[in-house]
Design a protein. Structure first.
Length: 133
């Protein structure tokens, strides 16, 4: 167990992910993000940089005639995606800071892009509800 803790510390992997520390759902998700940001992505990029710097990628150019560079694309890493609640909080802060508009924030709501950005609220929120027809 001590060896695992030392290895986890050396590679900056949170103990929760290796079952050497107690974990809740919330701090496990944060531990995964931390592991990607502090360990997996930087170490993967070091490996990619090694290939880039050793001229291996230039050998591909000799064959294809195209320039290539290896890098870590973190756009589709599920563990790095914000939860809907985190995304709404981030958007609110960005709107407050004037970084994005309210409409841009609304476009980040799941399903809004498919609706063309049209934002709808239940009618009863804006108008009094009446039983009279």
């Amino acid at each position: 167990n001590n060896v695992v803790k030392r290895l986890a510390a050396a590679y900056k992997i949170p103990g929760q992910l290796l079952s050497i520390e107690d974990s809740t759902f919330n701090n496990e998700a944060e531990a995964k993000r931390k592991a990607y940001h502090e360990s997996f992505i930087p170490n993967g990029q070091r490996i990619a940089d090694g290939y880039n710097n050793q001229g291996i990628v230039s050998k591909i150019k000799n064959v294809t005639g195209e320039d290539y560079i290896l890098y870590i694309d973190d756009n589709d890493i599920k563990a790095l995606k914000l939860t809907p609640l985190e995304k709404r909080k981030e958007n609110r802060e960005d709107v407050k800071a004037g970084i994005i508009s309210v409409d841009e924030a609304r476009m980040d709501i799941p399903g809004m892009k498919e609706l063309g950005g049209v934002y709808a609220e239940p009618a009863h929120q804006n108008k009094p509800v009446s039983n009279n027809k």
